[in-house]
Design a protein around this ligand. Structure first.
Ligand SMILES: Nc1ncnc2c1ncn2[C@@H]1O[C@H](C[S@+](CC[C@H]([NH3+])C(=O)[O-])CC(=O)[O-])[C@@H](O)[C@H]1O
Ligand SMILES: O=C(O)C(=O)Cc1ccccc1
Length: 243
């Protein structure tokens, strides 16, 4: 698969509309996400390892907000049990169409059902592992508790939820420091000041990150017995919660 370079915000735009997961974004997505999220590759590698440990025979695995299916591919590599099905959901048709060809590029015994739907409308059943890899932050804040509670209810006892997110920090100096480190990461990956600021504007109304404490409180409120941060690089984090 050829990797197209993300130049979406490289030219001055008259009007910066809200960021959308359309065909333009889908076509450069692997480049965009790897140059924008510190630790993205590391998180995917660990999803494989977590899938090997957590996925049980004859259960279902969900990748909610799957984009091109990177987390699905990672989990599929790790799964050793039989009778497992992965259900990968995204409401962007552009993403789902491309995910299909990404998945077909690799052989595996684990079936994947790709679903073009809103994750708020999808039933979660008999799940031993559920992944929200940088998806929850795009849901309206008032819908997040309900989604995490629905996931909890659809999980088998001992099931594993992995939530990766951009974080905000209640302490202002810490917030600025982490944000600055992230901006330096993007600069080091070749993004210009114009690209950084135009994308930031586009994301403003669309992506509203929570604090770590909000995530922890949400897991507990949904019923998860345990939860922990397992990865953090600057203002990007990945958490696990166990039913
Ligand atoms: N309500 C919704 N219903 C369904 N999909 C949604 C919804 N809201 C947003 N999405 C989808 O969530 C994905 C978020 S990207 C996930 C990366 C992937 N997990 C990865 O591991 O590469 C993260 C990012 O771009 O920062 C997009 O594909 C949206 O269409
Ligand atoms: O690029 C950013 O600043 C981000 O916060 C992460 C991101 C990555 C890919 C799509 C949207 C947001």
């Amino acid at each position: 698969m050829t990797v197209e370079q993300d130049k979406i915000f490289s030219k001055p735009l008259d009007q910066i509309g809200d960021f959308r997961f359309d065909d333009t974004v889908a076509s450069v997505f692997p480049d965009m996400i790897s140059r924008s999220i510190p630790g993205y590759g590391e998180i995917l590698q660990t999803l494989s390892k977590l899938a090997r440990k957590a996925v049980t025979a004859d259960s279902q695995v969900y990748d909610l907000g799957c984009s091109l299916g990177a987390a699905t591919l990672a989990m599929r590599r790790g799964i050793r049990e039989t009778g497992v099905k992965i259900i990968a959901v995204d409401n962007s048709e552009a993403m789902i169409n491309r995910a299909q060809s990404h998945l077909q590029a690799y052989v595996s015994d684990v079936p994947v059902e790709l679903v073009c739907a809103d994750i708020r409308d999808v039933a979660i059943e008999h799940a031993s592992m559920v992944v929200l890899n940088f998806t929850l932050q795009f849901l309206a804040p008032e819908d997040r508790d309900r989604l995490v509670t629905k996931v909890y209810r659809g999980m088998c006892p001992g099931g594993l939820l992995v939530v990766s997110e951009k974080l905000v920090f209640a302490q202002p100096q810490t917030h600025r420091l982490m944000d600055d480190l992230h901006l330096d990461f993007k600069r080091a990956n070749g993004y210009s000041e114009l690209e950084i600021s135009q994308k930031r504007t586009a994301l403003e109304n669309v992506m509203r990150p929570d604090t770590l404490e909000q995530h922890q409180a949400r897991f507990a409120k949904a019923g998860f017995r345990e939860s922990s941060l397992w990865f953090q690089c600057y203002n990007f984090a990945s958490m696990v919660a166990i039913k």
